[in-house]
Design a protein around this ligand. Structure first.
Ligand code: TYM
Length: 327
């Protein structure tokens, strides 16, 4: 069975960009692949975190993974810091990668822009991500478009390592969706929807109430025309809303254009509110049930046990190749 690995940071709330670009796709893969889905808490601390919030967000993300439909009897759900091999392999890979390649990472440039100081962890972040993936002999990595460059770096590191030490790593392939791999901000359709945007109406979080969802969608930027038409270059705001509609309702872009022909943006937006609310309602009610049931801790313990078993074997294989003494 082919192996899948992906991760989400337990920082603040999870938004529909994360859902459409990544988490929803995890659910689609769970029946056919051996999937590892991780709560990447070590990545979160590359920028300052409130310890109490990090703790709560990590458990909440686990509940959310289950609420969207990930079935712990089919997939391995775990917290990254529960598997020490991630940090260890990250070190070994850091000693086999170069400042120049990290300097090219656009996400580092964006995240460090305007900051007086940034942590070294933020700089080496993509190598920890490479370690996450390579530790599981991963074939496929479902991610949003913003992770594409990190995946390319991961592949470069793995190929170089294999050339230097002999076959050690499986070379992973990114799985990036044709639609929805980059959901844009609702207040500025030239930027991606982002957890760190302080305008709460720039995004829709999975746990937002129907009234908040309605406000955010009704405020979303469109353009001075009134035609519901998919045209990313000239109508980025409307095209972004159409993408959300398409992915959450299953209706094709042509069908959406046909349905709202001559109707203007008002009706389209009102219907989009319905589409989003009815997609999120079942997730929200399952989320509450899962949190109350207390099963999250058990699932995470079992998940980390399997993740440790699988990853330790691979770490051992890599250490042997590098010449470390192992018994
Ligand atoms: P993170 O936590 O920022 O985002 C989680 C996932 O959501 C995707 N995503 C989006 N997709 C579409 N539209 C958007 N606006 C949008 N914003 C975010 C991301 O691409 C991601 O798939 N470095 C990763 C976490 C990570 C990881 C890994 C992923 C750590 N190790 C190993 C895959 C494999 C990150 O910060 O994702």
């Amino acid at each position: 069975m082919k192996r899948v690995f992906s991760g989400v940071q337990p920082t603040s709330q999870i938004h529909i960009g994360n859902y459409i670009g990544a988490i929803k796709r995890f659910v689609e893969l769970q029946n056919d692949m051996d999937c590892f889905f991780c709560i990447v808490d070590l990545h979160s601390v590359t920028v300052p975190q409130d310890p109490k919030e990090l703790y709560e967000n990590s458990l909440q993300l686990a509940a959310l993974y289950m609420a969207v439909g990930l079935d712990p009897s089919k997939v391995t759900l775990f917290i990254q810091s529960h598997v020490p091999a991630h940090a260890e392999l990250s070190w070994l890979l850091q000693c086999n990668s170069y400042m120049g390649e990290l300097n090219r990472m656009t996400q580092f440039k964006e995240k460090s822009l305007g900051k007086d100081t940034v942590t070294t962890g933020l700089f080496t972040y993509p190598i920890l991500m490479a370690a996450d993936i390579l530790l599981y002999d991963t074939h496929y990595v479902p991610v949003g478009n913003d992770q594409k460059q990190h995946l390319e770096l991961c592949r470069d590191i793995a190929i170089r390592f294999n050339n230097k030490y002999g076959e050690s790593f499986v070379i992973p392939e990114p799985l990036i969706a044709k639609f929805g791999a980059r959901i844009m901000s609702l207040d500025d359709a030239t930027k991606k929807m982002s957890k760190s945007n302080e305008n709460k109406h720039s995004k829709i979080n999975l746990l937002d109430s129907p009234s908040k969802i309605k406000k955010s969608i009704m405020k979303a930027v469109t353009d001075s025309e009134s035609e519901v038409r998919f045209d990313v270059e000239n109508k980025p705001g409307v095209s972004n809303l159409m993408t959300i509609y398409n992915v959450l309702s299953g209706m094709s872009l042509d069908e959406i254009e046909g349905k709202y022909k001559g109707m203007g943006y008002g009706t389209f937006k009102k219907d989009l509110v319905e589409v989003v609310v009815s997609a999120l309602e079942p997730i929200q009610s399952r989320y509450e049930e899962i949190l109350k049931s207390g099963e999250v801790e058990k699932v995470l313990k079992e998940g980390s046990q399997r993740a440790n078993e699988v990853s330790n074997k691979i770490l051992d294989r890599v250490k042997k190749k590098m010449g470390f003494v192992t018994f």
